[in-house]
Design a protein around this ligand. Structure first.
Ligand SMILES: *Cc1c(COP(=O)(O)O)cnc(C)c1O
Length: 485
């Protein structure tokens, strides 16, 4: 039993299932309609008293979960920013499980430590961040925020003579968190986890393009000039993909002793493209940046990246060593930079993706997905009964479906929008979700998968058109004429 061959049968079986899955991705429905009871009835078996043969476990797993999977790794998933995986990253991800390295310490896996070191250096170059910034590979952007903001917490309180790692937050000067009024929920949760609380948030109005206004920021900071402050900027707002004007805002924040943190979960990757780089001008002057690998870089879950311009603050916030100021610079122990102890060696998949694509390949994914988002939004907007609320600046847009009755109210349009969005999803042809933006329900269009093709766009537009015809909102317009796309 110890030859290693006991894995053969199960690995072969898993490989066959995976191959079949990958081959079917382009044609299968993006998801099937399944009720919680249906999916539970298959998966929730009684706790097994005795074991089951490994290949049977795999076969039954594949069968049991089939209708509960959402096939976001295919080309017609446009809800949220999800992305798929490029081939080398999938291969490396499989090997990561096989190698089963513990990514906590250099001593536990010198290869993983150096792979992460390399990923950090490469990504800093790709994203235009300072060469001297420290970094960490995390489960996603959520934990990247926690890591960056823990470093920020250390730094802004240190300036007030407060050692937060030693003294905690009881009795500490209150930290305020200044941001635009549309911030991703993961940022607010990071603030809660770090003990700042949601009430630390000072939300400022944004301009018509969704960008934080320099005058509003300056005024807010001058209102309380001595408070320890973190300013939060966005590279790619979640609904519209808006970018804050970094060249104007960062100097204002720094003149007021604030730390500048950037949420660039997907948007930072636009820096790899000559066409979109201008949106990120001045990005390298911030103090910390959080981004994802499992979104626009198209690496499998889970991986996000934190970068911090002040390595001492980063290390002080994360290290477990009693005296964090004395350390061996020879090798990287990830534990000094990450909030986890034992952890998956998640560097291999990122390393493989960047090698497979190169800088130009990444830029191509960015440009191609932006182009597809443009086409999708404009072509849906051309259908009768639809309108464009936000034409993509990058890969994010918003559309809305209108109730055609002459006396229709905004609430009717909201209802119609949700109805059509659900109907499209239920066709299995494409997957969208709704969002509320500036008080209106809309359908979010997000393209971040390298696999999306022109054919996928055509199929999706046809599906939307079909649903607009098939689910007329009002009795008066039971057969609505449709414009050609
Ligand atoms: C997805 C996203 C996050 C959260 O990232 P996770 O990887 O899901 O933790 C944060 N901010 C923005 C703008 C996002 O799009």
């Amino acid at each position: 039993m110890n030859s290693g061959f006991e894995y053969d049968a199960v690995m072969q079986r898993a490989f066959q299932h995976a191959k079949r899955y990958l081959a079917s991705l382009d044609d299968r429905p993006v998801s099937t309609v399944v009720t919680p009871d249906q999916i539970r009835s298959r998966i929730k078996r009684p706790l097994p008293e005795r074991g089951t043969e490994a290949t049977q476990v795999i076969d039954e797993l594949v069968a049991d979960v089939a209708d509960g999977l959402v096939h976001a790794s295919g080309g017609r998933f446009f809800a949220w920013v999800v992305g798929g995986y490029v081939p080398a990253s999938l291969g490396a991800d499989w090997l990561s499980s096989t190698w089963d390295q513990n990514g906590a310490l250099y001593a536990l896996s010198p290869a993983e430590a150096v792979v992460e070191e390399t990923c950090g250096e490469w990504i800093k170059k790709l994203l235009g961040l300072p060469e001297t910034a420290s970094f960490a590979l995390l489960t996603g952007c959520q934990m990247a925020h926690v890591t960056c903001l823990a470093a920020a917490r250390h730094a802004v309180l240190e300036r007030h003579g407060w050692d937060v790692e030693q003294q905690g937050l009881f009795g500490a000067p209150r930290v305020r968190f200044v941001c635009g009024d549309q911030v991703h929920g993961s940022v607010e949760r990071a603030l809660r986890l770090l003990g700042f609380g949601s009430e630390s948030i000072v939300g400022l109005p944004v301009d018509d393009d969704g960008r934080l206004r320099p005058d509003a920021l300056a005024k807010a900071l001058q209102d309380e000039p001595d408070a320890p402050t973190i300013v939060h900027l966005q590279a790619g707002e979640l609904n519209t993909g808006a970018f804050d004007p970094f060249t104007e805002l960062v100097p204002i924040a720094h003149a007021n002793n604030a730390w500048v943190h950037v949420d660039g979960a997907f948007g930072l990757w636009a820096n790899t493209s000559a066409e979109y780089q201008h949106l990120l001008e001045g990005i390298g002057t911030a103090d910390s940046w959080a981004t994802d690998g499992h979104k626009w870089l198209n690496v499998p879950y889970d991986v996000g990246y934190a970068f911090v311009a002040h390595p001492n603050a980063h290390r002080a916030a994360m290290t477990h060593r009693a005296s964090y100021l004395v350390f061996d610079e020879q090798v990287r122990d990830q534990m000094d930079w990450n909030p986890e102890w034992s952890r998956r060696a998640r560097g291999f998949a990122t390393y493989a993706a960047i090698r497979e694509l190169g800088r130009t390949g990444i830029a191509e994914i960015i440009e191609q997905t932006c182009r597809h988002a443009q086409q999708l939004v404009m072509r849906i907007g051309d259908l009768s009964g639809a309108e464009v609320l936000w034409a993509p600046q990058i890969n994010q847009g918003l559309v809305r479906f209108l109730d055609q009755r002459p006396d229709a109210t905004d609430a009717d349009h909201d209802r119609r929008t949700d109805e059509v969005t659900t109907a499209i999803r239920e066709t299995g042809e494409a997957f969208f979700y709704g969002t509320t933006w500036r008080g209106k329900r809309c359908m979010r269009v997000s393209v971040s998968n390298w696999r999306t093709t022109e054919k996928d766009i055509d199929r999706t537009v046809a599906a939307v058109q079909g649903c607009l015809g098939a689910t007329p909102a009002g009795r008066e317009v039971t057969s609505m004429p449709l414009d050609a796309p």
